[in-house]
Design a protein around this ligand. Structure first.
Ligand code: ADP
Ligand code: MG
Length: 288
């Protein structure tokens, strides 16, 4: 590299750092709940970039809490086992065997992989599910006749999370049990929304496989960059697929006490850093 080019790139890095500085100051000591799943989890390069970002957040003084799903992995294992895979309104239709497989894949594979990766990048993480420390108290969802053993969280006890978050990065798999101790499948977006509300998180960030909430799901150029709670609530019934539980979770997070909620494109490497530490930001931001 020529000295001139090196000097220019050096100036650019310094500018990037200076741009980030007010955010770093503002975020210090704040909790950010990150819903991790889908696209950002699929490729090795993106998984590493995600881990680097989260570790960096911890280093600059934020308290990252990860809540994850593992839809594609669960589907792949179900298919391997010859099980039928079905979704209704973005929720996985679940019978006893589905919940069993989901739990094994989420905890035994997906959760453990995230924890190992964060450890390797230099910040110790602790994996748990909503069943640990009775974090999630779950009841069957309203449309249980259609979707089966899918639960919604009625109560979150963040005590265990707060303890862990003091020294470690908590990584939460979205599984919970009802009062009788039956495990239920919990949509990871819904879980992230509840956790963010209960923690009073400063920010809740959902990584997904589209640029954000789109006015037209078939047009990636139709991004809605900002939306109020009322706008989201008004539109919710008309939103389909996996975007519905995500938007509902944004509302849940903010109504529960979180500061803001963002849906960002997890296919972009380092999307978390772009969102948090640059003036432009990315994706859809939902605010009160
Ligand atoms: P994740 O793993 O991030 O939860 P999902 O598949 O559950 O992914 O949810 C994201 C999907 O929601 C998108 O890939 C898209 O197919 C679908 N979707 C439906 N309506 C919309 C919309 N209005 N805007 C964006 N995405 C939408
Ligand atoms: Mg989803």
């Amino acid at each position: 590299m020529s000295p001139e080019r090196r000097r220019k790139e050096g100036v650019a890095s310094v500018e990037t750092l200076l741009e980030a500085l007010p955010y770093i100051r503002d975020f210090h000591g704040r909790t950010v709940v990150i819903k991790y799943g889908g696209a950002a989890m699929r490729e090795e390069e993106l998984r590493d970039a995600f881990a680097t970002d989260v570790v960096l957040l911890k280093y600059v003084g934020l308290n990252p809490v990860i809540v994850h799903g593992g839809g594609p992995d669960i589907t792949a294992y179900m298919e391997r086992l010859g099980m039928e895979v079905r979704f209704v309104e973005g929720l996985r239709v679940s019978d006893r065997e589905t919940v069993e497989v989901a739990k094994m894949v989420l905890l035994g594979k997906v959760n453990s992989d995230i924890v190992l990766r964060l450890n390797r990048h230099g910040q110790p993480a602790v994996g748990l599910s909503g069943e640990d420390g009775t974090m999630f108290q779950v009841r069957p969802v309203a449309n249980a006749e259609q979707v089966g053993l899918v639960g919604e969280i009625e109560r979150v006890d963040v005590d265990v999370l707060n303890h862990i978050a003091e020294d470690y990065i908590p990584v939460v798999a979205s599984i919970g049990a009802d009062r009788e101790g039956n495990s239920l499948n919990v949509n990871a977006d819904a879980a992230a929304g509840k956790v963010a509300g209960a923690l009073g998180a400063y920010k809740t960030i959902f990584l997904t496989d589209v640029p954000g909430w789109l006015a037209d799901p078939d047009d990636e150029g139709s991004l809605l960059a900002r939306a109020s709670l009322e706008e989201v609530e008004g539109a919710l019934a008309g939103v389909s697929g996996g975007m519905r539980p995500k938007l509902a979770a944004c509302v849940e997070a903010i109504r529960g006490g979180a500061g803001s909620a963002q849906i960002i494109d997890g296919r972009r490497p380092h999307s978390l850093l772009l969102e948090l530490f640059t003036v432009a930001g990315i994706g859809t931001m939902v605010t009160r």
